[in-house]
Design a protein around this ligand. Structure first.
Ligand SMILES: *[C@@H]1O[C@H](CO)[C@@H](O)[C@H](O)[C@H]1NC(C)=O
Ligand SMILES: *[C@@H]1O[C@H](CO)[C@@H](O)[C@H](O)[C@H]1NC(C)=O
Ligand SMILES: *[C@@H]1O[C@H](CO)[C@@H](O)[C@H](O)[C@H]1NC(C)=O
Ligand SMILES: *[C@@H]1O[C@H](CO)[C@@H](O)[C@H](O)[C@H]1NC(C)=O
Ligand SMILES: *[C@@H]1O[C@H](CO)[C@@H](O)[C@H](O)[C@H]1NC(C)=O
Ligand SMILES: [Zn+2]
Length: 496
């Protein structure tokens, strides 16, 4: 065990040289936080030795100057409660847990029905994962207030409030913030504290930090479709995978690489100048290509929660002068809104029912050719599958039911496909999924691939024709309504 850890740390030491810890310049506390919080950080090793010129007093004085004009933790709590009472009919405030030092991790949910279960996607924003990257917590409060001020006035604000459940956790690491350092009160880097797909070092739940546990518990309670965490120290939208199996640095895409590049580009292209980056083409980067990390929150979200998470680096300077916050909000506002609105404006959505009693079925939804499955929600059986524009075959399956599949062409807008699955008992045949029969030359771009016995084939052919025609009509209507945000809420809906 000890030997293998030693080996691992030797391997990893090469990473530290080329990496800047998903953030820019390392302050003194960054470095200690980074190393302590690495995948073997739980063992309590202190690899960092003090070798800086500044005295402790000078250093603290410098940090306090940097924090001038930023909300303290109690300011933040007050601002969140004020937001919630000012916008009480579209928000609720709740705590997902406590930090090491007992500070509540406050979150707000923004929706026309906050706290209710609806057949809608949920998005989460997490700020201040690293204590010394405070810009996100400021921007998230500005975002919440902007949505409240513009609900029913601005189409994007209205779309988000009506169509998404947006959860905002401005600070995941209030202790790190008040200590002005990267790690939490135990000096653990929280973005290295999640279970890792390759290294089991982080698997011991008892050693996990309370902030990390709170996030993991949160994801058991809410079905998030997508999310983003906000960092500082660079200007780029980072997407999975964050780590490679051999710890080397190279492009390592996850099964949904195309979709992630699409999502990351939604952010960078709507940003003031992220996409103009010279360092990162298009303002986006694969995490492992930039530098591999282990135990990160982003990969864990995708692997274990069906949640597509981006790591957004929103400012080269970790502590921009507080007077610049309004400008930086202006730079990021459209990006933040577009990313959340993308949950209803793009991708594949629908619900899944049983044909015998109409009950919602928490079935799984897969896309042929992509090794990744999402689950429809347990209560309402709605699913929300983010996808880059393209042609796909979507397959709904549920134990005890016959799988069904449909072919869809995703363009600019969202597509809704509901499935009605037949219980296996009503049809006793071992019918494996057929090879893809999608004919993407068909004019409608939508087909039903149903695995019906021959006797029912004529009926299904007729159904397909009717659906296809319906689909064609809807598509025309959708096109002509392109600028109307209602389009995405009432996107063409097909039942399979
Ligand atoms: C919230 O309150 C405002 C003002 O009273 C009202 O216009 C709006 O319709 C309400 N929204 C919801 C979702 O109830
Ligand atoms: C974006 O704009 C900011 C502020 O003007 C500037 O400091 C930064 O270098 C710019 N970055 C890119 C990639 O253009
Ligand atoms: C921040 O900017 C203000 C004016 O824009 C200036 O007075 C102040 O000294 C600056 N603070 C720091 C820490 O540089
Ligand atoms: C699909 O992904 C799983 C892990 O989620 C992996 O175990 C499996 O080997 C993959 N299958 C293919 C065909 O790549
Ligand atoms: C289908 O029929 C076979 C025999 O005819 C039986 O052994 C099997 O259990 C049946 N399967 C289902 C799902 O009813
Ligand atoms: Zn960070």
């Amino acid at each position: 065990m000890i030997l293998s850890l030693l080996f691992l740390s030797l391997n990893l030491s090469s990473l530290f040289r080329c990496s800047i810890a998903r953030g820019g310049t390392l302050h003194r506390s960054d470095r200690s936080g980074y190393l302590d919080g690495s995948i073997y950080g739980h063992l309590g090793r202190r690899l960092y030795s003090e070798n800086n010129q500044m005295s402790e007093e000078e250093y603290i004085e410098k940090l306090e100057k940097l924090a001038e004009g930023y909300m303290s933790n109690s300011d933040l709590e007050k601002a969140m409660k004020e937001f919630n009472s000012r916008c009480s009919n579209i928000s609720r405030i709740y705590s997902i847990g406590k930090s090491v030092l007992g500070v509540p991790l406050w979150a707000v949910e923004i929706s026309d029905l906050p706290g209710a279960k609806e057949a809608e996607p949920a998005f989460k924003f997490i700020g201040n994962v690293h204590g010394d990257e405070p810009l996100g917590r400021e921007l998230l409060l500005l975002l919440a207030n902007w949505l409240c001020d513009n609900y029913m006035k601005d189409p994007l604000a209205t779309l988000i409030v009506d169509g998404v459940h947006l959860h905002i956790l401005p600070s995941m690491n209030p202790d790190g913030f008040s200590l002005r350092r990267r790690g939490n009160a135990n000096n653990i880097d929280l973005n290295r504290d999640f279970p890792d797909q390759f290294f089991r070092v982080n698997d011991d739940m008892d050693l996990r930090q309370p902030e990390t546990k709170a996030i993991m518990k949160w994801l058991e309670d809410v079905d998030f479709t997508a999310s983003a965490s906000l960092h500082g120290g660079a200007l780029v939208a980072n997407y999975p995978w964050d780590g490679t199996e051999d710890t080397k640095k190279y492009y390592y895409g996850c099964p949904d690489d195309k979709t992630f590049r699409f999502l990351a580009s939604v952010y960078s292209r709507s940003h003031y100048n992220m996409s103009l980056s010279k360092e990162f083409p298009g303002g986006i980067t694969n995490g492992a290509y930039w530098y591999p990390i282990y135990g990160g929150m982003q990969d864990w979200n995708y692997i274990h929660c069906g949640c597509f998470e981006l790591t957004l680096e929103i400012s080269d300077n970790k502590w921009p002068n507080a007077s610049e916050i309004p400008t930086l909000w202006g730079y990021n506002r459209m990006s933040m809104l577009s990313l959340v609105a993308g949950l209803v404006k793009t991708g594949l959505h629908g619900r899944i029912f049983s044909s015998d009693n109409g009950r919602p079925l928490p079935a799984s939804v897969a896309i042929r050719g992509i090794n990744y499955t999402i689950a429809a929600s347990k209560t309402l059986a709605d699913y929300h599958r983010l996808l880059a524009p393209g042609k796909y075959e979507v397959i709904a399956s549920m134990p005890g039911y016959r799988s069904k599949s449909a072919c869809v062409v995703l363009g600019e807008g969202a597509v809704k496909v509901d499935f009605v699955l037949d219980p296996e008992t009503s049809y006793n045949g071992t019918q494996p999924l057929l090879d893809s029969g999608c004919d993407f030359d068909s004019k409608t771009g939508f087909q039903v691939l149903d695995f019906l016995p021959a006797s029912q084939l004529e009926i299904s052919m007729l159904l397909i024709l009717i659906l296809a025609f319906f689909c064609f009509l809807m598509k025309r209507r959708v096109r002509s309504n392109h600028l109307n945000y209602k389009q995405s809420l009432g996107a063409r809906r097909v039942v399979v």
